[in-house]
Design a protein around this ligand. Structure first.
Ligand code: SF4
Length: 372
């Protein structure tokens, strides 16, 4: 058995030598600890901001109270230093007025809202590179009660409305510092016609297990084939641990009246060498982790990138071996004319047929929500 870097997946050569499989690494869940936590004065006027301050003090994290509500001093001398400073800083701020005008987010949910922006992870394909500008600092919003209550304005008068909380952050990756996700789960537990969706590559779910979610939250874990995780993901939980987190969330508990509805988001799907074997292995491991009846969905997202995100990723990860070339890609345009590069139609067709077949075989009761 070999263990690669600290942030990496434990690898076990298979009997044939050409595959690697997931094993459960021992040891406690690893939690991100920022090197600096900064607070704006407005954030400290909020009870949620004060609680984050108390937690940061308990953890003896370096704290700075800013003189004004503007974040400054987060850039380094070059892109590398700016990245390093950003990814080790937690900024506690208040969400600006624009955050209260929600945007739709198909196909994932009706609306997106944000408890934070930025993520402590180091995934070389990170979609945030194309959606957030400036230093990659993690900003947490201290005016959380107002953010949650605002979602009620967007609930359909009749029928069910879904709200996605993970478009600009990984809320579980910072939950030990913020407790924002727990508060959101509690809030949506009181909304009979709305539900919360969140997704993570982390695994520290124990604090969420006994919350009164009332089946109004679907918790999803983002997983991938081991070689993709090993090469391109850093600072996040091992894939095997994410699958165990999904198991914990889905298992019925006495206190919350039953397990959470859960989901597996397989993203970004990449046709790497031996991709069928590696993804079949992932689904085998997932089936082993979820070997009991549960409300399970799948979301299947192939790798894609915009030219802007590619530039940022090349700045952040200059030595990446991630395939960001346009060879074998087709362009897709959004309604504003923006371009993104997706796999060629024939590749997409082959990948899709494989996943639909394998998921039906491994999880006959699960629903595939979308393929993209
Ligand atoms: S966990 Fe998600 S949001 Fe965080 S760095 Fe990785 S891809 Fe980006």
């Amino acid at each position: 058995m070999t263990t690669s870097s600290l942030f990496d997946t434990t690898l076990v050569p298979s009997e044939t030598g050409d595959l690697i499989s997931l094993t459960m690494p021992d040891g406690p869940t690893r939690l991100w600890m920022p090197r600096l936590v900064v607070f704006t004065p407005a954030a400290l006027d909020e009870a949620h901001g004060q609680k984050i301050l108390a937690r940061a003090r308990d953890l003896e994290l370096p704290i700075e109270i800013l003189p004004a509500n503007r974040l400054t001093g987060l850039r380094g001398a070059d892109a590398r230093e700016t990245y390093r400073k950003g990814k080790t800083t937690l900024a506690v701020v208040t969400a600006p007025a624009g955050q209260f005008k929600l945007q739709p987010i198909p196909p994932s949910a009706d609306w997106q809202f944000h408890v934070a922006e930025g993520c402590p992870g180091h995934c070389q394909y990170c979609y945030l590179a194309g959606s957030l500008s400036g230093p990659p600092v993690v900003r947490v919003f201290a005016n959380l009660p107002a953010i949650l209550e605002n979602t009620a304005r967007y609930e359909k008068p009749n029928g069910e409305t879904s709200f996605e909380a993970s478009c600009y952050t990984d809320p579980l990756g910072i939950e030990h510092l913020t407790c924002s996700l727990a508060q959101a789960i509690r809030y949506f537990g009181t909304r009979p016609n709305a539900h919360l969706r969140w997704v993570s590559k982390y695994d520290a779910v124990d604090g969420l297990l006994d919350l009164p979610h009332n089946n109004r939250t679907r918790c999803r874990l983002s997983v991938n084939a081991v070689p993709v995780a090993r090469r391109f993901e850093g600072g996040v939980a091992f894939v095997a641990r994410r699958l165990q987190a999904a198991r914990k969330l889905a298992l019925p508990r006495e206190k919350n009246g039953g397990g959470y509805p859960i989901g597996l988001v397989i993203a970004p799907i990449m046709p790497i060498e031996n991709w069928e074997s590696h993804y079949a292995r992932l689904l085998d491991e997932a089936a082993r982790a979820l070997d009991f009846p549960c409300d399970l969905t799948f979301e299947l997202i192939t790798h894609r990138f915009t030219p802007g995100a590619r530039d940022v990723l090349r700045d952040w990860y200059p030595n990446t071996v991630l395939d960001l070339s346009e060879d074998g890609r087709e362009t897709k345009r959004n309604k504003f004319g923006g371009v993104k590069y997706v796999y060629a139609r024939s590749t997409m067709k082959t990948l899709r047929a494989f996943f639909e077949r394998e998921i039906a075989c491994h999880f006959p009761q699960a629903r595939i929500l979308y393929w993209t």
